[in-house]
Design a protein around this ligand. Structure first.
Ligand code: ADP
Ligand code: MG
Length: 358
């Protein structure tokens, strides 16, 4: 459904639709620069608040550097961010045809993620904010994934109507949330061990696939596996309590099958297809069980694993953001900043340090 075109200052003149009855205190729309360095992607985006016009969306992935190690090496990710972040910023400014001085506000994710990688992004954003004399806010990477369906507004579309049951499923997270109409969210549960994306990557690694294995498995199974391949190996589905997930046992089971003396290299595709079906089946079951408890909530799936074509096929009732905005990106961080701006909750972070814990 298309939304009506948004005119500047709409939320100042009208009542903010997200906050029923409250007036947005901001007068004009701003050019928001967003930075995300939570893992192994150096991401910069520029978004105009109020119009949700996405002016730049740049992701410099570290996959090449990590491929040799078959996974993310935290120290290497920090060093890659040091090199890639200034390049990503230059590229974003070029895409947006802006100079740094035309940026009004800076937002950066400060949690959760690899601490060294986050520190590079936060230090970089602080230096920029200090040098330019612009305000800076810190935002939560997981909240950015969670509310990434609002990026639909960049295409003049609406996100699915609130409230939502939302699953954030990525390389580092498998977390289930309830998102209410006023955008407050409640964590319902998450994985007890590995994240679903991590299970994809680790299973791929043990079967000799390149990193990150999630997209490789998705493509290989989609193009070459038969329906029978998907169920040829019986992989136990984790039996966890209400809103929790577990993928560690499933991964071990795959390894045990691959180590059987009668296992042939030609069985690899069927084993991978069966493993994918087991991982996705467990996500789908949890989501449907949760949805049964909240029948009026829409189902939303975000995070890297939400790119998976088979998952999208298994959950036709769910809303998935565009694949580019499922994996790590700064556009979702900018959108989160814009939402906070709309609601008057975009609080500038102090640039000073403190030795005290509170
Ligand atoms: P994180 O925030 O944890 O770094 P991302 O949101 O960038 O993770 O997602 C990366 C994860 O998503 C990786 O584990 C990757 O294997 C997985 N992934 C990406 N695309 C697919 C896909 N098509 N199918 C399954 N998993 C995928
Ligand atoms: Mg992520």
């Amino acid at each position: 459904m298309l939304v009506k075109p948004i005119t500047p200052c709409r939320f100042y003149q009208d009542v903010c639709p997200l906050d029923r009855g409250r007036r947005c205190p901001y007068k004009s729309f701003m050019k928001l620069l967003a930075i995300d360095t939570s893992c192994d992607d150096s991401c910069v985006a520029i978004l105009e608040t109020d119009t949700f016009h996405l002016l730049a969306d740049v992701v410099h992935s570290h996959i090449k550097a990590m491929a040799a190690y078959g996974g993310v090496v935290p120290e290497l990710a920090s060093r890659q961010h040091l090199k890639a972040l200034p390049l990503a910023l230059d590229e974003a400014l070029t895409q947006a045809s802006l100079t740094l001085n035309q940026i009004d506000y800076i937002v950066v994710t400060h949690r959760p993620g690899l601490i060294g990688a986050l520190l590079v992004g936060v230090s970089y954003a602080k230096s920029l904010a200090y040098a330019l004399g612009k305000p800076l806010s810190v935002l939560n990477h997981l909240e950015a994934h969670l509310l990434s369906p609002f990026l639909a507004r960049t295409q003049n579309q609406n996100p699915p109507p609130l409230p939502w049951i939302a699953l954030v499923v990525s390389g580092g997270h498998t977390e289930l949330f309830r998102v209410e109409e006023n955008l407050t969210h409640h964590w319902l549960g998450g994985t007890l061990d590995d994240a679903a994306g991590e299970a994809f990557d680790k299973i791929g690694k043990l079967l000799g696939l390149p990193y990150p294995a999630g997209p490789v498995i998705d493509k290989w199974v989609r193009e070459e596996a038969t329906r029978e391949d998907r169920t040829r190996f019986k992989i136990p589905r984790p039996q966890t309590s209400e809103f929790s997930f577990s993928f560690s046992g499933l991964k071990t089971h795959v390894r045990q099958i691959a180590q059987r003396p009668d296992f042939q290299a030609t069985d690899t595709l069927a084993l991978i297809a069966s493993a994918q079906e087991a991982i996705l089946g467990s996500l789908v079951k949890k989501l449907r069980d949760t949805k049964a408890l909240y029948p009026h909530h829409h189902t939303v799936v975000t995070g890297g694993v939400a790119c998976n074509c088979r998952l999208r096929e298994l959950l036709p009732e769910a809303y998935f953001p565009a694949p580019r905005h499922c994996t790590d990106n700064a556009a979702m961080v900018a959108a989160l900043g814009a939402l906070h701006h709309e609601r008057g909750t975009l609080a500038p972070a102090p640039l000073n340090c403190s030795a005290l814990s509170r």
